[in-house]
Structure formats: structure tokens, C-alpha cells
Design a protein around this ligand. Structure first.
Ligand code: BTN
Length: 276
């Protein structure tokens, strides 16, 4: 008997197109790259060249993927979803930060619908499961446009994960216990993201926040706010109690006063220093 080989699906343009059930997202420019520096950087170039809203850039591998706060996002070949969507929303700037929360909701909904996995959302841009990071969102504004970047760990080779990350990251196929079809996931994310985006355009901020709260792993937790400038004086501890209409996080300090944090230059840790 021949050895059984496991067939793993890889991203494929036709499979994405066939599954795409959207009006806007994926209907402008659509590029699928075998390898690229960063899908967000590519979307920024396209944005400056005037590419239409809804343009979609997907890559099987990134060589210079970027995360929040100047971090690197590692995208080995066919190990994850790396995608960027170019949008041109005409809404007040104050409402824009909600797009990161809305995208988190869309990804969680898509993963739930397609893979049967419940993801958690850690304010402001992290996708988590069981206290580990599974993915992240990077929203940027090149020129007058909005680029939403989504990175998700799909299939990782356990041996290749650096020791210091082993307890901190997880991936969808590990959580699902079976192979997943990445092209279908891309299409499903586009569908759910489009819904959330239209909700944002309609001004229904509270609907986005309520959906985000459903997946939140942040609210109710004691958290430490870390400012990457290393300025300890600005570090705050308290309980994460609510999300403001702008998408900001409300922290209640031990003395009962509340502070409102916008995403900007901060990151959150659990009070014991763990990731979430
Ligand atoms: C984070 O967790 O800090 C955000 C990670 C965002 C990574 C994605 S992968 C697709 C897109 N292109 C990039 O260079 N970054 C985003």
C-alpha cells in the first residue's frame, strides 16, 4: 500500500473568486501574490495610484509583513492568511478607529461560520484563542484611503516556532483539528467584513461595538496599559470596563476614576504580565 499523503489546500485565485459573495470587496483590483513584501504596502501603492474601493490584495507569503507599533509580522509560505483591503470611506474621522473593531468582528464571524472555531477579540486589534494570539489587524491610512490588513495563523509547523512564542501563539488548523481551505476563508472574511463596513458607513457604531463585545476577551479584565516609549509614568493599571462610542477602551482605576484610551501607541497586558 502506498503511503497516505495529506492534501493541503493553498490559496488559489479561482477558488477565491468562485466563493466570493460580495458587492464591493474583491470587486476592484484583485491580486494574489505568491510572495510580496507586505500586502498593506502593496495596497498603499495601489491607493496612491487611484485603485478603487474594494480592491483586495492577498499573498501566500510576505517577506516584510508589518504589525502594529512597528513590529514585524511573519508570514512563511502558505502558513497563514495575509490580506489587505483598500476602502475609501466617507465618514467622520472620529468614527474611523471603529474599523479595527469591525474587522475583528468580521474575522471572528467568518472563522466561526467556516471553521466552527470561537475566536476572542483582544482590544484593539488581536484575534485570540485560549489566551494565545491567532492573528491581528493593521489598519493604515495611506493618502486619503483606508487599508485594512488582516494576518491569521493558519497552519504552522510546530518545530519552527521560536521557544519564546510557543505558549503565546496558536493557529486555526490546530484549533480545528483538521485541514482548512484558505481560499474559502478569504472569501468568507470579505463577505463578513463588507457587512460590518456597510454598518459603519450607516453610522451604526453601537451595533459594531455590541458585536465586538460578544467576542471580547478584554472587558472585565484587570489590565496594564503599556506605552512603548518605555515611559513608566504613563503606564496605567485598572479594569477594562467598556468601549466608548469612538472605539476607545475605558479603564477604571483602583480609585474609581476612568480613563479613556485610544488605540494609538499603547498595548495591553493582563495584570500578571501575560499576553491576554
Ligand atoms: C498585529 O497583530 O500587530 C497586526 C498584524 C497584521 C498583519 C497583516 S498580514 C497582512 C497585512 N500586511 C501586513 O504587512 N500586515 C498586515
Amino acid at each position: 500500500m502506498g503511503e497516505m499523503t495529506l492534501h493541503l489546500d493553498i490559496l488559489n485565485r479561482k477558488n477565491i473568486e468562485d466563493a466570493l459573495n460580495t458587492e464591493l470587496i474583491g470587486r476592484g483590483v484583485f491580486e494574489l501574490h505568491d510572495t510580496i513584501d507586505s500586502t498593506n504596502s502593496r495596497a498603499a501603492v495601489l491607493a496612491r495610484e487611484g485603485a478603487p474601493a474594494g480592491s483586495l490584495i492577498v499573498a501566500r507569503q510576505q517577506t516584510a509583513g508589518r504589525g502594529r507599533q512597528g513590529r514585524t509580522w511573519i508570514s512563511p509560505p502558505d502558513a497563514g492568511i495575509a490580506m489587505s483591503i483598500l476602502l475609501r470611506p466617507e465618514i467622520p474621522l472620529t468614527r474611523l478607529p471603529l474599523i479595527t473593531l469591525a474587522t475583528g468582528v468580521a474575522v471572528a464571524q467568518a472563522v466561526e461560520a467556516l471553521c466552527g472555531i470561537q475566536l476572542g477579540l483582544k482590544w484593539v486589534n488581536d484575534l485570540t484563542a485560549g489566551g494565545k494570539k491567532v492573528g491581528g489587524i493593521l489598519a493604515e491610512m495611506p493618502g486619503q484611503a483606508l487599508v485594512i490588513g488582516i494576518g491569521i495563523n493558519l497552519r504552522l509547523d510546530e518545530g519552527s516556532i521560536p521557544d519564546d512564542l510557543k505558549n503565546r501563539i496558536d493557529w486555526l488548523e490546530n484549533l480545528a483539528g483538521k485541514p482548512l481551505e484558505p481560499s474559502l476563508l478569504v472569501a468568507e472574511i470579505c463577505r463578513f467584513l463588507e457587512r460590518q463596513y456597510f454598518t459603519l458607513l450607516e453610522g451604526k457604531s453601537q451595533a459594531i461595538i455590541d458585536s465586538w463585545k460578544h467576542y471580547s476577551v478584554t472587558l472585565g479584565k484587570e489590565v496594564m496599559v503599556i506605552s512603548p516609549t518605555g515611559d513608566n509614568a504613563r503606564n496605567i493599571s485598572g479594569r477594562a470596563v467598556d468601549i466608548a462610542e469612538s472605539g476607545a477602551l475605558l479603564i477604571e482605576k483602583p480609585d474609581g476614576t476612568r480613563v479613556e484610551l485610544s488605540a494609538g501607541e499603547i498595548s495591553l497586558r493582563s495584570i500578571d504580565g501575560s499576553y491576554c
